[in-house]
Design a protein around this ligand. Structure first.
Ligand SMILES: Cc1cc2nc3c(=O)[nH]c(=O)nc-3n(C[C@H](O)[C@H](O)[C@H](O)COP(=O)(O)OP(=O)(O)OC[C@H]3O[C@@H](n4cnc5c(N)ncnc54)[C@H](O)[C@@H]3O)c2cc1C
Length: 435
């Protein structure tokens, strides 16, 4: 009897109503600790939104899937982010960005409205504040271009913006309004994808830190954690900012850089802020020089410990907290929040929403975002190894883009055909053998 037949992981497909993480762990823990090997068709490492969505969409297609996460589901960036969903609609000629953003919103709608998961999702729109004449001209051109490409975006006067967001500063020069954008709770949403994956038959295994990966001589991989060994035909890396070290286990250099993002929150307030809120300052600065070089990804707020610009995103959570963040700094795996950056961000947010001047910060936190060096995601096959796939490099926008990235990768794995839209995210452009 082959190892696959002997330890085949039971399928519990489409167990409607078992949409909880507890249900995901119905396989008795003893069974996992008493034997040394399990086999599955597809093994996904990483329980962030990218891995959880890939697991959900593959399990829905009827594939045997095991997802291994070293912490809890959503314990890293996918649970620490602001919860903003980007995009300006599909446009008249959808590209990868349109798929990841507009397609992502459709997947959020499906999980919350059709499948009944509470993700605190709503299509709130985003208002991006314009502070200077230069930013105004830049955004005027940008809005005209985007609209000519079929995207939904408007330039509003402060008065028009205040009709949508009464607390927005009426003394600024204007606002870009993106009605297709939304928001959702990061932890609830990421867990919803894992729960939906489990309900469709996937095994979600938390507390499983992958420590080594060995390609097998005939096909597939042996993946070792502290509790045992898993064998799979197909391996998916969804390890976010840790794709570098996990890639090294396979002798690969995966150039994904951890970038620290940090956030702060006020104490819960009555409903005051209805859209997601941003500022045009950073995109204007990055349009002139995005700061990328051989070791720095584009569009960071800091380089070599110097601030290049201020970036801003925020919203009010359903629990009443007003939350904001924006800094993006390359500091390796250093991740504790830094108060000076938080203070700059609070001042920036207060320029847009003056009510924040009277609201003290009640808590701060940070997380590590997976940035690729060229700014594009890595979604697809790594052809230096057999049956190896990756879904990562989703940078500062992976909460919104992860669901569709996972679906596109699941479709690729299931059908064996890569949709053309993934050309731009081909991992082979940058993944190499380790030196
Ligand atoms: C402060 C902040 C604000 C942000 N705001 C937004 C926003 O508003 N909108 C937006 O779209 N995006 C936002 N982002 C970005 C977004 O959170 C990320 O792009 C996205 O969550 C990445 O998802 P992921 O699944 O690729 O990675 P992660 O969520 O990091 O998941 C990777 C998982 O892999 C696991 N792992 C790693 N190594 C191993 C191993 N050896 N064995 C087992 N498991 C392993 C980790 O524990 C982790 O859970 C923000 C990020 C931060 C930090």
């Amino acid at each position: 009897m082959s190892l696959r037949q002997k330890h085949r992981i039971p399928r519990r497909r489409l167990l409607k109503g078992l949409g909880s993480l507890a249900a995901a762990s119905t396989l008795p823990a003893t069974a996992w600790s008493q034997v040394s090997g399990f086999e599955t068709d597809v093994l996904i490492i990483g329980g962030g939104i990218a891995g959880a969505s890939t697991a959900f969409h593959l399990a829905e297609q009827g594939r045997d899937v095991v997802l291994l996460e070293r912490g809890e589901i959503a314990s890293e960036a996918s649970g620490q982010n602001m919860g903003g969903l980007g995009g300006n609609g599909w446009g008249s000629n959808p590209n990868l960005l349109s798929y990841l953003t507009a397609g992502g919103v459709e997947i959020f709608k499906r999980l919350q409205i059709d499948l009944g998961y509470d993700m605190e999702f709503r299509k709130s729109g985003t208002l991006t504040a314009i502070h200077t004449e230069e930013q105004f001209e830049f955004n005027q051109d940008r809005v005209i271009r985007l609209r000519s490409e079929g995207y939904q975006v408007e330039l509003l006067t402060p008065r028009e913006a205040r009709a949508i967001e009464p607390q927005a500063n009426g003394d600024l020069l204007g606002y870009v309004y993106a009605p297709e954008r939304g928001q959702a709770d990061p932890v609830k949403s990421t867990r919803a994808f894992a729960q939906a994956a489990a309900a469709a038959g996937a095994q979600i295994r938390t507390g499983e830190n992958v420590v080594s990966i060995t390609p097998l001589s005939r096909e597939g991989y042996a993946v070792t954690t502290a509790t045992g060994e898993y064998r799979c035909q197909i391996l998916v890396l969804a390890t976010g900012a840790w794709c570098g070290p996990v890639g090294n286990m396979l002798g690969l250099d995966i150039p994904i850089i951890p970038i620290r993002g940090q956030m702060w929150a006020t104490a819960p307030q009555p409903p005051r802020v209805f859209s997601t809120i941003g500022s045009a300052e950073s995109s204007f600065v990055w349009s002139k020089d995005n700061g990328a070089d051989a070791s720095h990804p584009p569009n960071l707020t800091h380089k070599n410990a110097q601030r290049l610009t201020r970036h801003l995103y925020g919203r009010q959570r359903k629990n009443g907290e007003v939350i904001f963040g924006g800094d993006r700094e390359s500091l390796g795996y250093i991740r504790h929040p830094e108060q000076a950056g938080i203070d700059v961000n609070k001042a920036h947010a207060t320029e847009v929403l003056p009510l924040l001047s009277g609201l003290p910060i009640s808590r701060i936190w940070s997380g590590l975002m997976p940035f690729s060096l060229d700014g594009s995601p890595l979604i697809g096959k790594i052809s230096l190894r057999d049956s190896l796939f990756i879904v990562s490099g989703l940078s500062s926008s992976g909460f919104g883009r992860g669901p569709m990235a996972g679906k596109l990768l699941a479709d690729y794995i299931h059908t064996g055909h890569m949709t053309q839209v993934l050309n731009e995210s081909d991992p082979d452009r940058c993944v190499t053998e380790t030196a």
